[in-house]
Design a protein around this ligand. Structure first.
Ligand code: KIV
Ligand code: ZN
Length: 514
């Protein structure tokens, strides 16, 4: 009999806490919809009390994503739990996830509370949360550095108060596979009423063991795994969803015949969408979703793969939704062919978004001989996350050369009216950014500029990521175009729009932290 392992995705909460990975409401909604397609069981959509923006994101994701359980995080305080309850009011399947630290280190230095006080808090918070929903998860933060007997006592109180999921976080990425498996078995044995609850694991990757620890815990009886797409998250990140799911799928029987409901064909599109949203690309050698994950360089390997893929491939690129880079469309392809292809790629684009994507596709097809699936995905991702914007880059011209200093002319629409300006700079990108900064009056500082080729080939589209900062708020803008200068201008304008969005919420949306 196969055992179902619930996949709890916390990309929108723990993942979003990683430096430079903050997302706005539209981006969270787009990613929440993709998580539903991917087939995750639980989406942790945010930490409602952390900010007005977080509250709204949890609320909107709960209203729009109706299949999976939608979860909101809350410390054990009364205000936290009621804010989470409020945010989840309209959810089809709401879950409140409440937590408090249980290690002596945290009790002494952070909470300044006694063990008895922590136990009271847990009972009170779980009871309060049950007033909003029957689905309550309790986490013992820093569980892996907590006294085991005390931990078992805390979890017993949580079950008595009505918790249905007991999460055992390795908050600081400290444990090892054997030790963690042993802890899960111990808790299964010692927690009163453990048979009425599901044990969950949540691992951070400080020692690079997050996935190994999570899998070991599954082998020991954990039935929910908390993870993030691309493994993003606090510090070194969380356990990576794609690695966990593909390990369970590729090695059936090793972890007690555990199975997930993930549609693995959506893994790569999810990874790409997240990178487009955050501007954080995965490292080329990242397992499962990295650029080189299926690239065979050595001649002896290539020879083997050509004779029989099984010689060096333990899973296929297609099984995670990676296209084999085949030519899909060209400049003679029409609207129908484009629609068919985006449907095949599992991309939802309707009405105006479809029209805008099609126009971009036609322009690209004119400029570039071969259009790959990755090109279409990059355009579609750009459409899905674009917001109602104050500034729009309408036109861009560059003059540069060996004997002259680069000069950029930009035409920007500001709240619907056109403005044009010219600026020169050290290089063409500098000139473009100076012109855009002048016309938008942005006071932001440029922190990082990155270019990434969407596909192979000299005519590849460039994906530019720009990180800017103003008053301690860091945002990322993304632009995709076959002309890297245009992609750069678009990325910069998108970043400025994001700052505008945050400014329009000023005073409500303070940077958060646990
Ligand atoms: O790492 C951690 O302990 C957490 C909890 C809030 C579950 O993220
Ligand atoms: Zn965490």
């Amino acid at each position: 009999m196969s055992e179902k392992i619930l996949i709890f995705d916390t990309t929108l909460r723990d993942g979003e806490q990683s430096p430079g990975c903050s997302m706005n409401l539209n981006e969270k909604l787009a990613f929440g919809r993709q998580l539903e397609k991917l087939g995750v069981d639980v989406i942790e959509a945010g930490f409602p009390i952390a900010s007005e923006g977080d509250f709204e994101s949890v609320k909107r994701v709960a209203e729009e994503v109706r299949g999976p359980i939608v979860c909101g995080l809350a410390r054990t305080g009364e205000a936290d739990v009621s804010r989470a309850g409020e945010a989840l009011e309209n959810a089809a399947h709401p879950r409140i996830h409440t937590f408090i630290a249980t290690s002596d280190i945290h009790l002494e230095y952070k909470l300044r509370m006694s063990r008895a006080q922590v136990i009271d808090e847990v009972g009170r918070a779980v009871t309060q949360a049950r007033g909003y929903t029957d689905d309550v998860e309790f986490s013992a933060e820093d569980a892996t550095r907590s006294d085991r007997e005390f931990l078992a006592q805390v979890f017993s109180v949580a079950v008595e108060a009505g918790a249905t999921t007991l999460n055992v976080p390795d908050t600081v990425g400290y444990t090892t596979p054997g030790e963690y498996a042993d802890l899960i078995a111990y808790l299964n044995d010692r927690v009163r009423g453990s048979d009425q609850a599901c044990f969950s694991v949540h691992c951070h990757n400080d020692l690079g063991l997050a996935v190994a620890n999570s899998l070991a815990a599954v082998g020991a009886g954990a039935r929910q795994v908390e993870c993030t797409v691309n493994g993003i998250g606090e510090r070194a990140g969380n356990a990576s969803l794609e690695e966990l799911v593909m390990a369970l799928q590729t090695r059936p029987g090793i972890y007690g015949d555990a199975q997930t409901s993930i549609r693995t064909g959506e893994i790569y599109p999810s990874s790409r969408l997240l990178s487009s949203i955050t501007g954080v690309q995965v490292q080329p050698n990242k397992a499962v979703v990295g650029d080189n994950a299926f690239a065979h360089e050595a001649g002896i390997h290539q020879d083997g793969v050509l004779k029989a893929a099984i010689t060096y491939e333990i899973m296929t690129p297609e099984s995670i939704g990676r296209s084999s880079n085949e030519l899909v469309l060209g400049k003679h392809s029409g609207r129908h062919a484009f629609r068919d292809r985006i449907e095949e790629l599992g991309i939802d684009l309707d009405g105006e978004d479809f029209q805008r994507a099609f126009t971009r596709f036609k322009a690209l097809a004119d400029a570039k001989k071969v259009i790959y699936n990755e090109d279409i995905e990059a355009i579609a991702n750009d459409m899905m996350i674009s917001t109602q914007e104050r500034f729009e880059l309408l036109d861009l011209m560059i003059a540069s050369g060996t004997e002259r200093s680069p000069e950029a002319t930009v035409v920007v629409s500001i709240d619907g009216s056109k403005r044009q300006t010219v600026a020169s700079g050290v290089g063409p990108v500098d000139a473009i950014f100076k012109a855009i900064a002048e016309v938008t009056l942005t006071k932001s500082e440029l922190i990082r500029y990155q270019v990434h080729a969407v596909t192979a080939g000299l005519d590849a589209q460039g994906e530019v990521t720009v990180t800017i900062e103003e008053d301690g708020r860091r945002v990322i803008g993304n632009g995709v175009h076959e002309d890297v200068m245009v992609a750069s201008g678009r990325a910069y304008v998108q970043a400025i729009n994001k700052l505008e969005w945050h400014k329009s919420r000023h005073g409500l949306d303070e940077p958060k932290g646990i």
